[in-house]
Write a protein that binds this ligand. Sequence first.
Ligand code: ADP
Length: 186
Amino acid sequence: MTLGMVILGRQGSGKGTQAIRIAERFGVIHISTGDMLRAAVKEGTKLGLQAKDIMDAGGLVPDNVISGIVEERLAEEDVVESGFLLDGYPRTAGQALDLRSFAHENLQLAINLDVSIEEVTERMLNRGREDDTEEAIARRLELYEAETAPLLKWFIDEGILCVIDGRGTEIEVYARIVDAIEGKLQ
Ligand code: ADP
């Protein structure tokens, strides 16, 4: 069985940066739904056209659309061989159920990178990404609390949630995550 993990955390918690390092460290494929959607927007695909306005407004792409993309990606050879680290998915209860239906056996760990709302807002305003307007940030954080935070309970019930303090330097946080994964996989 290959290693399957998800990383959760508010927007701006540093999960994207950590996900890249963690995936490399444990030899799994990093799958970021945000990156996939941004690539689709850039290429002007049908998916991109569908997603652009939703993303600009800080909304969520419909569950069936995003779950379809993730399911396809998980079935590709590199992921089947090496395992995965999902970043940005699941984000709703519906997506969590979808994920369970197509990846339950491999899902071994959910990392929640914990950083307060105040701190992530400040970090996001400073990073200056195109979709990081103050309004969109507030909307995304609201949606996170409403849709994604309840998933933590779901992962606790599955017995796979691991909460990591996301404050401090990138290196400090990385070390905490590595320790937690190694502890869990022993
Ligand atoms: P952030 O963590 O700042 O929201 P992401 O790169 O994860 O950034 O996602 C950017 C945008 O892409 C989101 O605001 C949302 O519109 C869309 N998106 C990404 N992942 C999902 C998902 N699992 N379900 C619905 N929409 C998504």
